[in-house]
Write a protein that binds this ligand. Structure first.
Ligand SMILES: Cc1cc2nc3c(=O)[nH]c(=O)nc-3n(C[C@H](O)[C@H](O)[C@H](O)COP(=O)(O)OP(=O)(O)OC[C@H]3O[C@@H](n4cnc5c(N)ncnc54)[C@H](O)[C@@H]3O)c2cc1C
Length: 594
């Protein structure tokens, strides 16, 4: 189908006037075509002095768009060329999936959903302000079901503009679904205004999306990857955020990891963990590209994965290494965020309309209307305490999967001259991992080229529980011998002569090894939230979890399908199951986790 003239549709949606004085505007477009309508709305948003702080554009498409087609479609419109280039850069290698593309420093969020229209509509959890509806060229009954699914994404007053004139049957269905004609012009504008009362109690998320929490103030506990990414996501939306941490610096916990891998999880059945890691990495890569220095703080080096104990290998091109603390610092440096060090939160209590955070001496450290627990496994003690102080939260908090800390050790050392030829040029991952050629931070100019290697990491279970650091180094060397025998031989002397250095940290994990994200208190406007349990994949999950949390708080489109997001729900558990027994020795920070 030919892509309709974009301006007509823009006027049909009543834009830009309709979004003036609003904090966010949410557009749902049932056919992205080659992106021309999106580019047009984005351009209009950019040039409007009274634009909303955030523009959300959710667009559906049966097949991934081609980069060339996007550029070609924009070719007749010189004012759209630069934007089309920017968009096209983010559209390489898209698959059937949700793709969250962050543009204009994160203030224009395109969620490009590729797949079957009806399925994609059912996976949405937001109420659109404007809808652009292209009735599909399919059987009448299919159109009718699509319309029903579309209606679920409307609030009273949502304007729906259609690209072509409707058939009498389509008009009748629109009326049946609760729409009435608002304007009859080159494109027909319909307004969602059913004569019946709208019941939103069946879907709490949708109900919250109609009346979202306006941006106010929030305290985030924890200044690691989880907390800093939440703070950045909220600050971008106009929130005033204080980030409290027990440490003297940012990234004082597991996120002080000197360097970590960002590599997709792969499974034969493409399970939720694989899908989540893929979506998350796309979003993390965007953040790294825009905030960090490539080659120094991170690199999209690609990662070679050895599977089945070296039997087969898999090359991940959309993968690489990152220094987590640099990313944390870049997030926390954003406007609207205040970092408070040496603040050990011992209790969280409700006082009237606000939550007050106390230290162990009972002194108030901070207060805010909203609190986000992003303090890893430290959240468990605070929530157990809160459950006693606020029994009404008990039934909900009892559904939070148990959070557990699991220690791990990374072995590392300075790279010696001449060693480069025996060490891999890119990270290798499998049973353990080896990351080489990582430039060290804070070196003097003469040592600017100093590089380090990192081998690891252990997962403190089985015989490693409470084991001395030397046992962890030995375990790392043993894994390296299987993963990369030549590299193990080259680095062996460093282990033997005690030159190997230690980094250790504690991961926060849940029984199903997936993060916990979302509200902790029930009701239409929750005030207590959590983003934690990043396990061994904080670099892959933190941004995705932060964007999901911010979307849920603000009634915005979610960055991933609702059915997939459910696997992350903070209240997903019905019982505090014990952690499953982890097989000894078969665990690494790369791929093989239970
Ligand atoms: C050995 C090892 C190797 C790893 N390798 C990788 C890898 O290659 N790739 C990858 O993606 N991930 C890796 N990880 C995991 C990654 O480090 C974590 O997933 C990530 O850092 C978790 O971030 P976070 O913000 O949730 O937790 P943290 O970084 O631990 O942050 C929690 C913060 O909360 C603070 N805090 C806790 N309690 C309180 C309180 N009561 N009051 C105030 N502050 C409090 C802590 O001081 C801490 O700073 C590895 C982890 C380990 C241990």
């Amino acid at each position: 189908m030919r892509e309709p003239v974009p301006h007509t549709l823009l006027q049909g949606c009543g834009l830009p006037q309709a979004w003036r004085d609003k904090s966010a505007w949410r557009v749902l477009d049932t056919d992205f075509h080659q992106g021309l309508r999106f580019l047009n709305i984005w351009q209009t948003w950019r040039s409007d002095a009274k634009r909303p702080r955030l523009l959300h554009y959710v667009a559906l498409r049966e097949h991934p768009p081609s980069v060339d087609a996007i550029l070609q479609a924009a070719a007749p419109y010189p004012e759209l060329h630069a934007l089309a280039q920017e968009l096209a850069q983010e559209c390489h290698g898209l698959a059937v999936d949700f793709h969250r593309i962050s543009l204009n420093e994160g203030r224009v969020l395109l969620t490009l959903c590729v797949g079957d229209t009806q399925t994609l509509l059912r996976e949405q959890q937001f109420a659109a302000d404007s809808v652009v509806w292209d009735p599909p060229e399919s059987a009448a009954e299919a159109i009718r079901w699509t319309l029903k699914a579309l209606t679920r994404c409307c609030r009273r007053g949502t304007l729906v503009v259609t690209a072509q004139a409707q058939s009498p049957a389509q008009s009748a269905w629109l009326v049946q679904c609760g729409f009435r004609v608002a304007i009859n012009g080159p494109s027909t504008q319909w307004s969602y205004d059913p004569s019946w009362e709208l019941k939103t109690t069946r879907n709490l998320e949708l109900a919250r999306s109609i009346l979202p929490s306006p941006a106010s103030d929030c305290v985030v506990i924890g200044a690691g990857l989880a907390g800093a990414s939440v703070a950045a996501a909220l600050a971008k939306r106009g929130w005033h955020v204080q980030v409290l941490d027990a440490g003297a610096t940012t990234a004082a916990g597991a996120s002080s990891l000197p360097v970590g891998l960002m590599v997709p999880h792969v499974s034969a059945d493409d399970n939720p963990r694989s899908q989540l890691s893929r979506s998350g990495i796309r979003m993390s890569l965007q953040q790294a590209k825009s905030l960090m220095k490539s080659g120094q703080d991170w690199a999209m080096s690609g990662v070679l994965e050895h599977r089945e104990l070296g039997v087969s290998t898999l090359w991940h091109s959309q993968a690489g290494w990152i220094k987590p603390a640099q990313l944390v610092n870049a997030w926390l440096a954003q406007a609207g965020i205040r970092f408070v060090p040496n603040a050990v939160v011992a209790a969280v209590r409700r006082e009237g309309d606000v939550w007050v955070l106390h230290n162990a001496a009972g002194q108030a450290l901070a207060q805010a209307s909203h609190v986000v627990f992003a303090n890893g496994w430290g959240a468990q003690a605070l929530l157990d305490d809160l459950q006693i102080a606020a029994p009404e939260l008990g039934p909900n908090l009892a559904r939070l999967p148990a959070l557990q800390g699991i220690r791990g050790v990374l072995s590392w050392g300075m790279q010696q001259p001449g060693q480069a030829s025996t060490l891999p040029a890119f990270p290798v991952n499998g049973l353990g991992s080896l990351i080489c050629n990582i430039p060290l931070d804070g070196e003097t100019e003469s040592a600017a080229q100093a590089q380090a290697w990192y081998a690891g990491a252990t997962y403190e279970t089985g015989t490693l529980v409470n084991a001395p650091v030397s046992a962890h180094h030995q375990a790392n060397l043993d894994k390296l011998r299987t993963l990369l025998p030549a590299a193990a031989q080259a680095l062996g002397p460093a282990f033997a002569t005690g030159q190997v250095q230690t980094w250790q940290g504690t991961r926060c994990v849940t029984p199903d090894r997936l993060p916990v994200v979302g509200p902790l208190d029930a009701g239409a406007s929750p005030r207590l939230w959590i983003s934690a349990a990043m396990g061994s994949r904080g670099l892959s999950y933190a941004v995705l979890c932060a964007e999901l949390l911010a979307a849920q708080m603000g009634g915005e489109p979610w960055p991933l399908p609702a059915s997939l997001a459910r696997h992350l729900s903070a209240l997903r558990s019905n019982d505090r199951a014990r952690l499953p027994t982890v097989k000894q020795g078969g665990i690494s920070d790369g791929i093989i986790h239970p």
